[in-house]
Design a protein around this ligand. Sequence first.
Ligand code: URA
Length: 235
Amino acid sequence: MALVRLDKLIADSGLASRREAKDLIKKGKVRVDNFIAPNGEIKVDPDVSEIFINGEKIDYKCNRYIMMNKPNGVLSATEDAGQETVIDLLPESLRKQELFPVGRLDKDTTGLLLITNDGSFSHSIITPKRHVPKVYRAAVTGILDESDIRAFEEGITLSDGTKCMSAHLSIERPSVGLATVYEGKYHQVKRMFASRGKHVTALHRLSIGGLSLDEKLKPGEFRELTEEEINKIFE
Ligand code: URA
C-alpha cells in the first residue's frame, strides 16, 4: 500500500492520539523493524514494515479501496460454503482486512466492483439518497427503441409493483443498451429490461459515479484506488 506517516499510522491504528504517537516516538518507544523511529514524519509501508510500540507489534488496519473487474461466475460476497467469492480472488494479506464488496453484482454480471473495509464509504455509494450513478452495458433479447428510453426516463415499475427511480437508457446497438441507474434494487437492471419484455443475456458494469473500470484490468484482476479516484466517485 501507499506510504503513510508513522505518527498517522499509529493514530489510525487506534492505539494513541496523534499527539501521543508523536510523544511515544520522541521517547524512543517506537520501532520500525529493527530501528528506533527518529520522528513521526518518516513514511512507512505497513505492508512491508513491522511497527512496535514498547516492543509490542501493532496490528495496523487501514481503510482499503479496491477496484476489481469482477469475472463471470463468482459471487459478490465475503464468503460462501461452496462457491468462489470475489474476496477469495484477493491475496491473503488483503483477505485479512475484513474487506467486503460495495453492493452486489449478480454471479453472472461482470465489470466494476468496489471492495473496501470502510462501511461509511460503502453506504454513501449504495444509498439512493446520494444519487451515485451506476452505468451498465446490457445485451438483451429483442430490439431496443425510443419507447424503452422513455420508459426508463419515466421510472420503470417492476413486475412486483416496485417503482424505480428515473433512469437513463441509451442505445449502443439494436440489442445493446447503456443503462444508468441511481439505486440498487435486487436484480434491478435485469428486471427493468424484463418489464420491457427484454431478457438480459449479458450485463457488465462500466462505472460508478465518475469512476470508470480500468480497462487494463482483466476479469478477476484488481488494484487499489488512488485518492483522486476515490474522490471522483462522488463528483
Ligand atoms: N442489476 C442487475 O440486475 N444485476 C446486477 O448484477 C446489477 C444490477
